[in-house]
Each structure stands twice: as C-alpha cells, then as structure tokens.
Ligand binder design. Sequence first.
Ligand SMILES: [Zn+2]
Length: 72
Amino acid sequence: MPYDGVEPNPSKKGIALRIPEWIEFLRLVEVINNTYPDLATALSCYMELDHASQMSALKCSECYPFVDTDII
Ligand SMILES: [Zn+2]
C-alpha cells in the first residue's frame, strides 16, 4: 500500500514492506517452516538437474507454462 494511500495498489516495483511488516513476515515464514517441514526443505524446480540444459528446462511447465512442448 502506498504510504499516502488508503488502498493497496499494484505497481511495477513489486512489494515494499515496512520494517514491522518485514519482521512479522519473517516470523510467519518460521511458523510455516515449522508447521510444514516439507515446504522448508523443498527445492525450486530450477534447482533440479533437468534444468541444467535449456532444452530440458523448456519442458518444465512451471518455468515455461506457455511453451508448446510438442514443438520442442
Ligand atoms: Zn522449472
């Protein structure tokens, strides 16, 4: 939310958190990681070996959801 605004407004700059919001965010991440340990140790798909080459990475539907895999 902009500092002078009253409603959240999307922007091209991403999100900005005030320091108390950042501290709360870090606390919530810890709670989520403790509640769901599988999420805490999960790896992003781009960390897997099948993303080592561009051709195999293009087949990843998470990284490239709009690529037609029939033409690869
Ligand atoms: Zn991927």
